[in-house]
Design a protein around this ligand. Structure first.
Ligand SMILES: [Fe+2]
Ligand SMILES: [Fe+2]
Length: 248
């Protein structure tokens, strides 16, 4: 039994493609076929695959039907996290999605899933992405204050959701955690955040995140072991569409 993760599939079987470079970019061209073939090679039916958000360009469930069917047809148990582009997923109605896709897809928000003696917890997350102001030498000398204070509110809301996920698992007796975020745990300037502090508070073993795609963004946030927590970026193009094995 193994646990795998990958994010940012940005499927578009039905919906109008918002990023045309997906059609031409060497890494993105036919990425859904590459990913499916890679999953078939390594994921077995008793494995778990966590898809770390930005599943589809569709604006509602009807426009995502084929994308979600593609995900359902992948091997193993599929757990989905909400990304910033997942318009089909009303944050207040995750239970409805879980009822509708019962036994086929599992939606992670304000709940948790178990994997052996681990609890898989998570939320979309958020981090302030600027704009940052640079001096003539390219050093950051400031940022948009209004955007930063709005970001703080969004971070607060996501932290509340994440704590609900942790507390439900904790109340059920779990003491080992893998934490999933769609957004990176910090922005480009930070080395700690409300999300890294929560990971440390619950002594999380690993934080898995996505959202940073395109080569220039691969190193926007934490990677490797920091203060006892291992951080991994699993955006699909970064992984060349090979799901990362998180636990065996
Ligand atoms: Fe994305
Ligand atoms: Fe994203």
């Amino acid at each position: 039994m193994s646990l795998y993760a990958l994010g940012d599939l940005h499927l578009h079987f039905q919906s109008e493609l918002k990023n045309p470079s997906q059609l031409y970019d060497k890494l993105w061209k036919d990425h859904e076929h590459k990913f499916k073939a890679n999953c078939a090679k390594c994921i077995k039916e008793d494995d778990t695959l966590v898809l770390v958000g930005d599943h589809s360009w569709g604006r509602n469930l009807t426009e995502c039907e084929e994308d979600l069917r593609y995900i359902m047809d992948l091997p193993g148990r599929k757990i989905l996290l909400r990304g910033n582009h997942d318009m089909f997923w009303d944050a207040k109605r995750t239970d409805r999605l879980n009822d509708f896709f019962e036994n086929r897809l599992h939606f992670l928000q304000n709940n948790y899933y178990s994997y052996e003696d681990y609890a898989l917890v998570g939320t979309k997350g958020y981090c302030f992405e600027g704009p940052f102001y640079l001096d003539a030498y390219g050093h950051i000398i400031g940022w948009d204050e209004a955007n930063a204070s709005h970001a703080e509110k969004l971070v607060g809301r996501e932290i509340d959701r994440l704590r609900i996920s942790f507390e439900k698992a904790w109340d059920d007796g779990f003491r080992k955690f893998i934490m999933f975020l769609h957004y990176p745990p910090t922005n480009v300037l930070q080395r700690s955040s409300a999300f890294t502090r929560m990971a440390e508070e619950y002594e999380v073993e690993q934080v898995i995140y996505a959202h940073c795609h395109g080569e220039s963004r691969f190193h926007d946030s934490l990677m490797g072991k920091k203060r006892g927590v291992r951080y991994s970026l699993v955006s699909g193009d970064y992984l060349r569409w090979n799901p990362m094995r998180v636990l065996t």
